[in-house]
Design a protein around this ligand. Structure first.
Ligand SMILES: Nc1ncnc2c1ncn2[C@@H]1O[C@H](COP(=O)(O)OP(=O)(O)O)[C@@H](O)[C@H]1O
Ligand SMILES: [Mg+2]
Length: 242
């Protein structure tokens, strides 16, 4: 399995807050890595450093062999990123927003048309294509966020809480989509829903207070619980002195 992302000794401090402390891990193609941790653990900060939106205090991130600080454009080309809360321009229609993203991604001609058609169908947003984004339900807004992340068919997908706030059917749909895309890509999702790890991830990393506490398969994670229960295992790891 070839490596898509290599993270070495990554740290980020905001003043006195050590948001991410000396984290190292690699992600390979074919993997869906679940990023777990309580609120404020440093998940979003780590994702922002991988995608080049935030400069690390120290440490390195390589994406397909390109250093994120030395070659940010190559890194951004190979990554699709769904930031926390799926931000978009509310006054734009779905169609104009996706065309704007297609411009930024320099998609043209038949490739552009094919990608737009395919994404609109896969993400199932054809019925709201002429609606302004601010008038969409939370579920549809999230879908538009997913659509912009995958429009250029990136090798690597970084999704910050992609199912947060969705209803159970929508969660199920997004998980299926992730599983469908997983084979050829390297995917990182953050979540605080532990069942999601079992449902879609081939590997799980737990961080808490910026520190990496666990890196293994969902089965290895569950085996940390004598009750065979993923929630119990997570508590054992994040709150060890009970
Ligand atoms: N821009 C910022 N300025 C100051 N502190 C920040 C900033 N971004 C995040 N933090 C702090 O860094 C820590 C990690 O935050 P975050 O990465 O958002 O955690 P998570 O995504 O796991 O909930 C938190 O203590 C948060 O308050
Ligand atoms: Mg977060």
């Amino acid at each position: 399995m070839s490596q898509a992302i290599k993270i070495k000794s990554l740290s980020k401090s905001f003043g006195a807050i050590d948001a991410v402390c000396n984290i190292s891990f690699d992600v390979g193609y074919g993997e869906v890595l679940g990023f777990l941790g309580p609120n404020g653990a440093g998940k979003s900060t780590t994702m922002k450093m991988i995608t080049g939106f935030l400069e690390p205090t120290s440490g390195t991130v390589e994406v397909n062999g390109h250093d994120v600080l030395e070659d940010p454009l190559s890194v951004k080309r190979s990554i699709g990123y769904l930031p926390e809360g799926a931000p978009a321009y509310g006054e734009m229609t779905v169609k104009s927003f996706l065309n704007f993203i297609a411009d930024i991604r320099e998609l043209s001609g038949s490739l552009r048309k094919n990608r737009l058609d395919e994404v609109i169908e896969t993400i199932n947003i054809g019925t709201v294509i002429d609606q302004s984004i601010e008038t969409l339900s939370k579920g549809y807004k999230r879908r538009v966020g997913l659509a912009q992340a995958i429009l250029h068919d990136p090798d690597i997908l970084i999704m910050d809480e992609p199912t947060d706030g969705l209803d159970p059917n929508q969660k199920h749909e997004v998980r299926n989509l992730i599983k469908k895309m997983a084979e050829k890509k390297a995917i990182i999702i953050s979540t605080h829903i532990l069942e999601e790890v079992d449902a879609v991830c081939s590997r799980a990393i737990i961080i808490s207070s910026g520190k990496l506490l666990f890196d293994g398969t969902p089965e290895q994670l569950i085996s940390k619980s004598d009750q065979g229960n993923i929630d119990h295992a997570f508590r054992n790891i994040t709150v060890p002195s009970k």
